[in-house]
Design a protein. Structure first.
Length: 278
């Protein structure tokens, strides 16, 4: 099915215990699983001939120094997911900038690649609460961000669903929100996480078709743990466990089906092809 506007698959490269607002109970443990689960994703992308954008967590790159080079060698784009997986609102301006610089420096040292894209842990950028973060990203030369989601509780449900231009005193960049399905009772989180496995496949595919027809890219997001459904989970309570981890099923099958139906590119390639907004 030819598509006039390619979609994008993004990967938030973090381990099973990287959950905002919890103690790092997995840090230093022997049962890290991100390297194995990311390898499953890379194999799937290679089989389907798709290049993706990998938002790398600095802490993961430090623990697994061969992972980022492997992703680059297989033709994918690297971007930044920060260092510690703390909410940006908790970090504050100084620590946020330190994390950006620390992650970028390690990525450059490991791969020779400098990140030009960013995604905050748990969508924790906000035009009202963290305007300074956009200034810092622009000042450091970032060309796009993908941290604003048009969802209730974790974002702005009235926010744009399409890519838009963010202007700051330090420069400007593209903002690329994740795919959501609009309904009369609000936007559904069909673009990734638990919603990607919970909602029916036909709904996700139809929403992606609607995005393409409207001339905007469908941005999907996935975590390596979503191809590792039998992996460990933190004791978070029933509701939060479901929101964080979703069902005990793999995203591989429906992701593979979508890659056979749509054209995909990376965020970097997509935004490089766009003219800045006037």
């Amino acid at each position: 099915m030819p598509q006039s506007v390619p979609a994008v698959i993004t990967v938030d490269v973090e381990d099973w215990y990287h959950v905002c607002g919890t103690d790092k109970v997995g840090a230093g443990r022997a049962d890290r699983r991100v390297e194995h689960a990311t390898a499953l994703l890379l194999e799937l992308f290679n089989r389907c001939g798709v290049s993706a954008t990998f938002f790398m967590l600095g802490e993961v790159m430090e623990q697994h120094p061969g992972l980022a080079p492997l992703i680059v060698q297989q033709g994918h784009e690297l971007a930044s997911h920060g260092w510690s997986h703390q909410l940006v609102t908790e970090l504050g301006p100084q620590r946020f900038q330190e994390e950006l610089e620390q992650t970028a420096a390690l990525m450059q040292a490991q791969t020779g690649v400098r990140p030009y894209g960013f995604r905050a842990p748990r969508w924790s950028l906000c035009r009202l609460l963290t305007p300074w973060a956009f200034d810092q990203l622009a000042a450091l030369g970032y060309r796009y961000d993908s941290s604003l989601t048009p969802l209730a509780m974790i974002g702005d449900p009235t926010g744009p669903r399409e890519p838009h231009w963010i202007v700051t005193d330090a420069g400007s960049m593209w903002e690329l929100p994740p795919l959501v399905t609009p309904t009369w009772f609000g936007n559904l989180p069909t673009g990734g996480g638990w919603g990607f496995r919970f909602f029916p496949y036909w709904l996700i595919r139809r929403t992606m078709q609607q995005y393409a027809a409207a001339g905007r890219p469908a941005v999907l997001f996935i975590h390596p743990r979503e191809l590792d459904p039998q992996g460990p989970r933190l004791p978070l309570g029933m509701l939060r466990t479901f929101i964080t981890y979703g069902t005990r099923s793999s995203s591989a099958d429906r992701l593979s089906r979508l890659m056979q139906c749509f054209n995909f590119t990376t965020m970097g390639a997509l935004t490089a092809s766009w003219q800045p907004a006037s």
